[in-house]
Each structure stands twice: as structure tokens, then as C-alpha cells.
Design a binder for this molecule. Structure first.
Ligand SMILES: [Zn+2]
Ligand SMILES: [Zn+2]
Length: 137
């Protein structure tokens, strides 16, 4: 998403919306990918020396559970702020910074559900689906 700083009014914020295709953003990891477009809403506001950007994002994802290793779907949503040195003649492109924020917000261990029981360490059974004879206490 790009914006000419000169287009941001001095007294009020300017809100832009855009659908981003996930592929060019290279957001895919072995356990996470966006399965549809990301809806990006950004509100730009200028002060005397900075441009403040409030960003909201949402989009559907496919993830792999860190405990049971099953794929599952979940909606991503994120909210963060960016700021830039004000340069009235500049065109601001926030795409790369948005991409970095998304990558930083990924959970280290995505879980299909909070109480996912995972796999039996001995026989590999998915304990969400069945129990096995190795059930521990
Ligand atoms: Zn799981
Ligand atoms: Zn087992």
C-alpha cells in the first residue's frame, strides 16, 4: 500500500483499505500460510514530524498444529502501529513493514485448539482422535 504524504490532510486522519494477495508477500512458512486475500485497513495521520499509521489486518490461514501436526484453518487478525519520519514530498510504501509485522506476530507454536492432546510420544497416535495403550497419567 502506497500513499503520497502530501495527500494526508494535516488536521484529520486518512483511512485506506486494500486487499492484498498473500503470494507476493512471501508470508508462507512450513506451518503457516494465508489461504485467501488479506484485508488491510490503514489510518494515516501526520503530526509535525512523523506520519503515524494504525494498521488492521485480517485474513484466512492454514496452519499446522505444533502438537498433533494436523493442518487446521483459522482466521488471522492483527493490529499494530507504524511510524515514519515526516517528509512531505515522499511517497510512503508501508507494504514491507506490514509484512515484517505479520511475520513477527506468528505464534511460535500454533495450536489447533488450546487443549490439543497431541501425539503419543511412543506410538504416534493422534490423541485427539483416539486413545492408545500408552496413556500416561
Ligand atoms: Zn493439534
Ligand atoms: Zn501410544
Amino acid at each position: 500500500m502506497k500513499i503520497k504524504v502530501a495527500d494526508i490532510p494535516e488536521e484529520e486522519s486518512l483511512t485506506l483499505q486494500e486487499s492484498l494477495r498473500p503470494e507476493p508477500l512471501r508470508l508462507e512458512t512450513p506451518v503457516w500460510k494465508f489461504s485467501g486475500p488479506l484485508e488491510l485497513t490503514a489510518s494515516f495521520q501526520r503530526t509535525d514530524d512523523v506520519v503515524l499509521v494504525a494498521v488492521e489486518l485480517s485474513g484466512p490461514t492454514q496452519r499446522v498444529c505444533a502438537r498433533c501436526l494436523e493442518p487446521y484453518s483459522a482466521d488471522y487478525s492483527g493490529r499494530f502501529h507504524l511510524d515514519y519520519q515526516l517528509n512531505p514530498s515522499m511517497t510512503l510504501d508501508i507494504t514491507e513493514d506490514v509484512r515484517q509485522e505479520i511475520l513477527l506476530s506468528y505464534p511460535v507454536r500454533p495450536l489447533c485448539r488450546d487443549d490439543c492432546r497431541g501425539l503419543c510420544p511412543q506410538c504416534g497416535a493422534n490423541l485427539n482422535e483416539r486413545s492408545c495403550s500408552h496413556a500416561s497419567s
